[in-house]
Design a protein around this ligand. Structure first.
Ligand SMILES: [Zn+2]
Length: 148
């Protein structure tokens, strides 16, 4: 359903192999469970809890890029679903602020190019309240109830 290739915008990414209807399950993120002290922050990692991360799985889930206007999000746990219809060979993206929530995270610059681009990818806790409300349904479960 998806494949990895070098994209024009931000290097390697994951793309739809064919038309994907809204609501389709795209992939489930996996990888070794790590505490922050065990994470190689230079390598792929996904925060999934207060002090809990997934390390690289070596599979497609390691290569999905961020967008401030993503076409995929976490609907059930670590399962990524299509938020809308996705065209053939369109890049699959999710909003990294739906997973990151580190107290000391300074963020990183975003050049996703969307009209809604926030300029910097920040922790969920550091988002403007209205942005957080918009992202909440697609955020990881550990974040949904934490900041109400
Ligand atoms: Zn952006």
């Amino acid at each position: 359903m998806v494949y990895i290739r070098e994209g024009a915008q931000h290097g390697r990414g994951v793309f739809a192999a064919a038309f994907v209807p809204a609501g389709t399950t795209l992939m489930t993120f996996k990888g070794p469970l790590l505490r922050s002290t065990e994470v190689d922050f230079e390598d792929y990692h996904l925060q999934i809890g207060e002090d809990l991360y997934l390390g690289p799985s070596g599979d497609v889930d390691d290569f999905v890029n961020h967008s401030c206007a993503p076409n995929a999000g976490f609907a059930e746990g670590l399962t990524l679903k299509a938020l809308r219809d996705i065209g053939p060979h369109e890049e699959i993206t999710w909003d990294y602020s739906c997973a990151i929530d580190e107290a000391d995270f300074v963020g990183f610059p975003c050049a996703c190019g969307s009209a809604q681009c926030r300029g910097v990818v920040r922790s969920f806790r550091d988002l403007d309240p209205e942005v957080r409300e918009r992202l909440r349904p697609w955020a990881l479960p550990y974040l949904r109830d934490r900041y109400r």
